[in-house]
Write a protein that binds this ligand. Structure first.
Ligand code: BG6
Length: 509
C-alpha cells in the first residue's frame, strides 16, 4: 500500500461530528496526534471538532489533551509537540440536525483554502450515534458545503445499520450524496497490525498457499473474548447484542481475511471483491438449524479480580428482563472448493475469564503414525495460532523429537513474537485507518456490498434469537468461559475450544 499523505503533502481538514464524545477523546485525537508525532500528517492541517456545548478553542483543546494523556499509546503528551499540534484544533458549536448551521463549516473550509492557497482534502467524521449518520450526510448536501468527489471523504463508524434492511437503506441514502469511493466505513479490527499481517503471511509466503485448504485444515476457531462488561453502554448494547456488536463486523472480517482467495493485486476493490466472494459462499443457516449451529449466553453477577461485578440485567440502562445476548458462539461452513466441509467456529462475549483475540487454525492429523503408539508418541496436530491481542504473535506448533535416547515426541512452537522482533511500537488501528483515509486508500474499509452480505449471513440467527427468548438467561457467571451450550456446540463435532494465547506460554490446550 502506498501511503501518499506525507510525500504529496496535500493539506487536510478533518471535521469531527461528535467532537466532544468518547470516541474522539479516546481514539481519534490520540491517533491524529501520534500520526503528527510520526510526521505522517501533512504540514498544513486543521481539526474542527463540533458539538452542542459552548466551548472556547482552548477549553476544547484542554479536554482533548486529557484524552491523550490518558489513552495515547505514546503516553503523556510532550508540551512543545502538543502546543504545535493543538494550534491546528478549533471548536465549532453546531446542532447537527440543522443544515443552516453547517454554513459555518463551509466558511472555515473556504478561509483555510485561501490561507493555504491549496486545495485540501476534507474529511467529515461521523463519530456520533448511528441515528445521525444520514442526517449529517443530508445536511452536508443541503448546506452545499465542500463535497468534491475527488477530495472529500466521509467516515462512518459502526454499527452500520441494525439489520440487512436498515443497512441497505443507509447505503442507498449515503450513495445519493457521496460516491462509494468517498465513503469510509470503519471496522477497526481491519486496522489491527496482526490482522493486516495475515495478508502478508498468506500471500507473501509460497509455503502457505498449498496448505491453506480443506485438504490440510481440519477446523478454524475465531475467538474474541473480553473481560469487561457493557460498561456505560447499556442503552446501546441492550438494543444491539453481541451478534450485531461484534460478529456482523469484526469476526466476519477476520473470517474474510482467513478464507478469501488470493487477490490479483493489492488494490482496494480487488481485495474487497475477494472478501465479498467468500461472504457470499458462507452456507446459509436455515431457521430450523439455528440451535444446532449457534449458542448464546448472558452474563450473571460474579467476581472479577477480587471485585464483585453486576450481572448484565442489573447494569445501568439495561432492561431487568433483557433477552439480549452478551455471548455468542456460531459455526459456519463455506461452500466453495477451498473450504467445503471445514467448520469455522466463532465465539465472542463480555465478562469472560480473559480478554484475548485469536484465530487458531488446526491442521489435520498425520495420515499414518510410524512411531510406537506408547504414551506421548502420537503426533499432535499442527496448529497455527494468530494472536491479535493482548499480545501480537503468530506461532506454529510443530512436532519434534525430545532430546534424549528415546524417540519420543514433543510439541514445539515456531513463534513470530512482535515484542521481540520489532523495534518500532506498532501503531494503533485508528492511526493506520486515519492515515489510509488521508491517502485515499480504501483497502481496509468495508464496501457497501461487503456490509450487506455480512448482514445477510447473520440475519437468520438474529431473527431466530429475537423471536425465541432464552428461559435460562443469565446462563454464565462473570469470569467464566461462557455458557455450557457453547461447549456443547463444538464438543458434538469432537473438538473443544482452545486455550487462548498468553505471552510466552504454549497454547496446546
Ligand atoms: C467495538 C464494540 O466495536 O469493539 C465493543 O462495540 C468492543 O463492544 C470493542 O468492546 C472491542 O474492540 P477491541 O479493539 O478492544 O478488541
Amino acid at each position: 500500500m502506498t501511503k501518499t499523505s506525507n510525500k504529496e503533502n496535500i493539506p487536510a481538514i478533518f471535521i469531527i461530528f461528535g467532537g466532544t464524545g468518547d470516541l474522539t477523546k479516546r481514539k481519534i485525537i490520540p491517533a491524529l496526534y501520534n500520526l503528527f508525532l510520526d510526521n505522517q500528517l501533512p504540514e498544513k492541517f486543521a481539526i474542527i471538532g463540533t458539538g452542542r456545548s459552548t466551548l472556547t478553542d482552548t477549553k476544547y483543546q484542554n479536554a482533548l489533551l486529557e484524552g491523550i494523556n490518558e489513552f495515547s499509546r505514546t503516553g503523556k503528551a510532550d508540551k512543545e509537540k502538543w502546543s504545535t499540534f493543538s494550534a491546528n484544533i478549533t471548536y465549532q458549536i453546531a446542532n447537527i440536525k440543522d443544515a443552516a448551521e453547517y454554513k459555518e463549516f463551509g466558511k472555515k473550509i473556504e478561509s483555510l483554502k485561501k490561507e493555504w492557497k491549496q486545495i485540501p482534502s476534507v474529511t467529515y467524521y461521523c463519530a456520533v450515534s448511528p441515528n445521525f449518520f444520514c442526517t449529517i450526510a443530508e445536511n452536508i448536501n443541503k448546506s452545499k458545503i465542500e463535497n468534491d468527489p475527488e477530495t472529500t471523504r466521509i467516515i462512518i463508524e459502526k454499527p452500520f445499520g441494525r439489520d440487512l434492511e436498515s443497512a441497505r437503506d443507509l447505503n442507498a441514502r449515503l450513495l445519493t450524496i457521496f460516491n462509494e469511493n468517498q465513503i469510509y466505513r470503519i471496522d477497526h479490527y481491519l486496522g489491527k497490525e496482526v490482522v493486516q499481517n495475515v495478508m502478508a503471511f498468506r500471500f507473501a509466503n509460497s509455503i502457505m498457499e498449498p496448505l491453506w485448504n480443506r485438504n490440510h485444515i481440519e477446523h478454524v476457531q475465531i475467538s474474541v473474548t473480553e473481560q469487561i462488561g457493557v460498561e456505560a453502554r447499556g442503552d446501546y448494547f441492550d438494543k444491539a447484542g453481541i451478534l450485531r456488536d461484534m460478529i456482523q463486523n469484526h469476526l466476519m472480517q477476520l473470517l474474510c481475511i482467513i478464507t478469501m482467495e488470493p487477490p490479483i493485486n493489492f488494490e482496494a476493490d480487488e481485495v474487497r471483491d475477494r472478501k465479498v466472494d467468500v461472504l457470499k459462499a458462507v452456507q446459509k443457516i436455515l431457521p430450523g438449524t439455528v440451535d444446532t449451529m449457534s449458542a448464546r449466553g448472558q452474563y450473571g453477577p460474579g467476581w472479577v479480580q477480587g471485585k464483585e461485578v453486576l450481572g448484565y440485567r442489573e447494569e445501568e440502562d439495561v432492561d431487568a428482563n433483557s433477552n439480549t445476548e452478551t455471548y455468542a458462539a456460531l459455526k459456519f461452513y463455506i461452500d466453495n472448493w477451498r473450504w467445503q466441509g471445514v467448520p469455522f467456529y466463532f465465539r465472542t462475549g463480555k465478562r469472560l475469564f480473559k480478554s484475548a483475540s485469536a484465530i487458531t487454525i488446526q491442521f489435520k492429523e498425520v495420515p499414518h503414525n510410524i512411531f510406537n503408539k506408547g504414551e506421548g508418541n502420537v503426533p499432535k496436530q499442527n496448529r497455527l495460532v494468530i494472536s491479535i491481542q493482548p499480545d501480537m504473535a503468530i506461532s506454529f506448533q510443530l512436532q519434534s523429537k525430545t532430546p534424549g535416547l528415546d524417540m519420543s515426541l514433543n510439541t514445539v512452537d515456531m513463534v513470530f513474537d512482535y515484542a521481540g522482533k520489532t523495534k518500532v511500537d506498532s501503531p494503533e488501528a485508528y492511526e493506520t485507518l486515519l492515515l489510509d483515509i488521508i491517502s485515499g486508500d480504501q483497502t481496509l474499509f468495508m464496501r457497501a456490498d461487503q456490509v450487506e452480505t455480512a448482514w445477510e449471513v447473520i440475519m437468520p440467527v438474529l431473527e431466530y434469537w429475537e423471536k425465541n427468548r432464552m428461559s435460562n438467561f443469565p446462563n454464565y457467571p462473570a469470569d467464566s468461559w461462557g455458557p455450557e451450550n457453547a461447549e456443547a456446540l463444538i464438543a458434538k463435532d469432537g473438538f473443544h475450544w482452545f486455550n487462548l494465547p498468553e505471552k510466552n506460554k504454549r497454547t496446546d490446550g
